[in-house]
Ligand binder design. Sequence first.
Ligand code: MN
Length: 411
Amino acid sequence: MKKLETWVTVPDTSDFSIYNLPFGIFSVKEGAPKAGIAIGEQIVDLAALADLGLLEVSGVYFRQSTLNDFIGLGKEITNKVRLDVQQLLILENSPLKNHPKVFVPQQDAKMHLPVHIGDYTDFYSSIEHATNVGKMFRDANNALLPNWKHLPVGYHGRASSIVVSGTDVRRPMGQILPKDQIEPVFQASGRLDFELEMGFIVGKRKRLGERISTKNAAEHIFGMVLFNDWSARDIQKWEYVPLGPFLGKSFASSMSPWVVTMEALEPFRVSGPEQDPKVLPYLEFEGEYNFDIQLQVGIQPKGTTEKVVSTSNFKFMYWNMLQQLAHHTVNGCNVNVGDVMASGTISGKDASSYGSMLEISWGGKKSVQMNDGSERRFLEDHDTVIMRGHAEKEGIRIGFGEVKGTILPST
Ligand code: MN
């Protein structure tokens, strides 16, 4: 990779290096939300940059509360904006040096959801996760259902309850079937869980009746975020047969505020696991489209420090995003700019890489010790869950920052 140097101070461990430059929506004090790019501990105010005549895109696109219209301009334009900003941050005699007001400290900014999400789909694409759940909920000898290796299993999630990192999450109430009983009760979930996931944001629409092929799918993927798909396991277990997840999932999902572009992630492409049996032709793809992104989950109970409970990697995914998008549209289903498609829980082979408490505690049988000595099988009220992700190669690092949320007691 070509070495780039910026004149902006960027700590070595920053996720927001000159190679990254993710897009997000921020506001300062009482100001309206607008678009920015993260660099180090700063945000470049794109509206201000456009007003200075330094971008080829009108400031109108950046003075909005979501990135949808900007993303809708197409990759040719969005990439150019990112590369123009990169140049301005590299140039020794950059005109930005005379305009310090273009920079906003991240600590002074409030972050918002980066896109208006019309639709949200959640896949189930980690073979380790699907196998673990199959062993616990069904049959240890036939953990994967017969369809699993033939198609990327998914379901339509709830877009309305996706919240930005930092938003508190209320423990849901619901129907639960107590152990060894035949009648359900209505109570607060006692098995509240996180799911370590990544999501991609659709960057180009596809009309109803048309398909996206694996060959063209990359054009439709704008960028990625970290995604915590909160789950209430006891509600889920009772409700999910035969149509799948419903209220055990729809109470909240959290996403990180900075959208890392696929162009920034390009150097971190790797090959995925071998797919055996061979997939149907519409799911075949060329090249490598898994990504080496190191992931981590921590739990911070109230009044103590964070304990890391999982270390995983996005490269473990059995099904890749090209296949997910091709499968999603193979029946003619349309997709729109801003739609979010999440990976499903990302677990690795090793127990230290399991992406949910369901797996870490093996259905509640094992506990994990927190730094204050308390134990967790599932999440407790006032626990904060923090997920992080970054990619690193040849000394170059880009990352996603974090997605976090604190559990509030049910009401
Ligand atoms: Mn999920």
